[in-house]
Ligand binder design. Sequence first.
Ligand code: SF4
Ligand code: SF4
Ligand code: SF4
Length: 300
Amino acid sequence: MKSALIFNIQKFSVHDGPGIRTTVFFKGCPLTCQWCHNPESQRYGQEILSHSNRCTSCGQCIKSCRQKAILMVDGQVFYDLSRCTYCGVCAENCCNNAREVVGKSYTVPQLMVEIAKDRPFYEQSGGGVTLSGGEVMTQIEFALDLVKACREQGISVVVDTCGYAPPENFSRILEYIDVFLYDIKLIDSKEHRQYTGKDNALILENLKMLSSSGANISLRLPLIEKINTDNEHIQQILDFIAMLRIGFIYLLPYHDMAIGKYQQWNIECSGEKFFAPSNERLEEIRSIFEQANYKVKIGG
Ligand code: SF4
Ligand code: SF4
Ligand code: SF4
């Protein structure tokens, strides 16, 4: 049976589409946005992350690892990832919670058990399930089975996507999706590549295709001061979406809550410091889109 790695299932989410939703975060993303709030979502495959600030160098994990993938050098713990099988035994044996397994494998029926638990909330609020990540659209076979299972149970499905996936993946899933929450990060392809690791031609083409197919699309615009909040970029977005059918535009100001994750888990980060636009600038951007007759909301 097909399975997918999920790194979080967030219950009672009110920022990922209409009503109260259960957001399922798929592990693995084709982009590497430098400001990513979920750096643990980017790599495909399970990972062991270490919270080095919690480690007391007790050595318990070394004894528990059958693969001999953990070493102590000068009182510091090191991991040999070439030996690690991601079994998670070291995490279970660390009484300081300094080791964490990220990514749990689920089949569709297993996920449906979790999703169906919140059905009363979906029914009362007009909510449902939101597939997020990482990037769910790069795991299309599993995603299709999951959305069909949701549909059979009358559960609404929203897809939160960066848009970087083969066009046919969108065509195949389209009929089962109530809303696409679609990110636009940068319109300039060179800058997009610089900050996300990939060109944006595919993303913009997929957005056009979804719009012409009649999909219900809401845009999500992550806003990072000095990167994509100037008038020129906002105008580029307006020009690009002028001929598209867009429901809502959500303005998502950058926040630095993930910085701790990069530090705690020893994940490499670009080193560039990012900032949120001021409240005043956010209101200006909101006003620009509203004047162009878009429905705009600050936040998810
Ligand atoms: S698309 Fe989203 S999950 Fe992927 S790297 Fe960018 S911010 Fe992170
Ligand atoms: S068991 Fe936990 S606290 Fe002890 S050395 Fe290993 S990671 Fe550090
Ligand atoms: S996850 Fe398993 S193999 Fe990897 S370091 Fe921990 S105990 Fe060893």
